[in-house]
Design a protein around this ligand. Structure first.
Ligand SMILES: [Zn+2]
Length: 361
């Protein structure tokens, strides 16, 4: 789905003007939490779309759009740090970030794999290795005969070596290729990189616009939350989400730890006030810890429940857990427009119980 925020209309018009003479690199800058990444995704997808060719939003229907959605488009590359790719797997904010999930999944899996082998934490930096891997991409002729797009997010997480490697590429820019650098902190980029990019400043929406946007998403006290988030609406939404349903969350944790005992239908009813996507997110974090406790003896989200999670995880078949996690990913997509949240909760909670008890057989 296209998601251009209403405060980005002018920025989109500015891009359309630029489109006529495609620049080699764009630096999309502005504070965190105002939708720059979504904008960049929409831009990349539109440019690759067979029907729109970048002059309007992507059609979402052509082969190119479908590849993009699946995270397999041969003419698109995403550069993202390992830590970020994992974070993105777990976030559930916008439509564009759902699309990105397919792109980040592979990176996240590789990173987690590596981490398990070497016991290292996922890096927060984009490495020179990642930038160099673009060389192959650059040298191949484009798969679809159209432009190629590279998205670097956020650009300031490139380490010095990576930045220098990118600079070389910008000095001899390949034909028909657009590099989009998204940055919250452009002052941390090499000036020589900045000077080779066409700068686009993403606008900070007016307080009223942001506040309405949050209200439409049923967040209470939008102005106070915006103030906490430096007036960035997407960041405010994230802060608000964390505070939503605190009592339901503790209830959830209380029940879910006793898979044989808890009443699925009662719990589904008690959770009704919470947006389905949050409940699925809680389940994903819970399952992440179950898997992690089993495989590595560590947990990330519920360290205070370590012993309990470890005990539960001993009896789980890893295959069943993975299958259930996949089910949650699918449920997450449906959760954006659920017909009946209670039914959705019942279904995923019943599956959860099934997964936990099946293992004991
Ligand atoms: Zn299309």
């Amino acid at each position: 789905m296209n998601e251009l925020y209403e405060w980005q209309d002018e920025l989109w018009q500015r891009w359309i003007e630029l489109r006529a003479r495609l620049p080699h690199a764009i630096l999309l800058k502005g504070p965190q939490g105002i939708g720059k990444l979504d904008f960049a995704i929409n831009l990349a997808r539109a440019l690759l779309c067979k029907k729109s060719l970048g002059s309007q939003l992507a059609c979402l229907d052509c082969a190119s759009c479908r590849w993009f959605e699946q995270g397999t488009h041969p003419d698109f590359r995403l550069l993202l740090s390992g830590a970020h790719s994992i974070e993105m797997q777990e976030s559930n904010e916008t439509q564009a970030s759902l699309t990105l999930k397919n792109w980040t999944k592979r990176i996240a899996e590789e990173v987690l794999d590596e981490q398990q082998k070497k016991g290292k934490k996922p890096s927060k930096e984009i490495s020179i290795h990642q930038v160099r891997s673009l060389a192959n991409f650059v040298n191949l002729s484009t798969h679809q005969g159209g432009p190629r797009v590279v998205l670097i997010y956020p650009a300031e997480t490139m380490n010095t070596n990576a930045a220098n490697a990118l600079l070389k590429m910008l000095e001899e820019p390949p034909e028909q290729m657009l590099i989009i650098l998204v940055s919250h902190k452009p002052q941390q980029l090499l000036p020589t990189i900045v000077s080779r990019c066409l700068a686009l400043t993403a606008p900070m929406p007016a307080l009223e616009t942001s506040s309405t946007w949050l209200q439409q998403r049923k967040y209470t006290n939008p102005v106070a939350t915006l103030a906490r988030a430096g007036f960035a609406p997407l960041l405010a939404a994230r802060l608000a989400e964390e505070a939503i349903g605190e009592s339901e969350y503790s209830l959830f944790l209380q029940e879910i730890r006793q898979p044989a005992q808890f009443d699925v239908f009662v719990l589904a009813e008690q959770l009704q006030r919470v947006e389905p996507i949050h409940v699925i997110h809680w389940l994903q974090q819970w399952c992440y810890d179950l898997g992690s406790a089993k495989l590595t003896g560590k947990v990330r989200y519920h360290p205070y429940l370590f012993d309990l999670i470890k005990n539960l995880s001993d009896n789980i078949a890893m295959f069943n857990l993975l299958r259930y996690q996949n089910e949650l990913i699918i449920a997450k997509r449906e959760a954006l427009h659920p017909l009946n949240p209670k039914l959705l909760f019942e279904s995923i909670l019943l599956s959860y119980r099934h997964m936990m008890l099946e293992a004991n057989v």
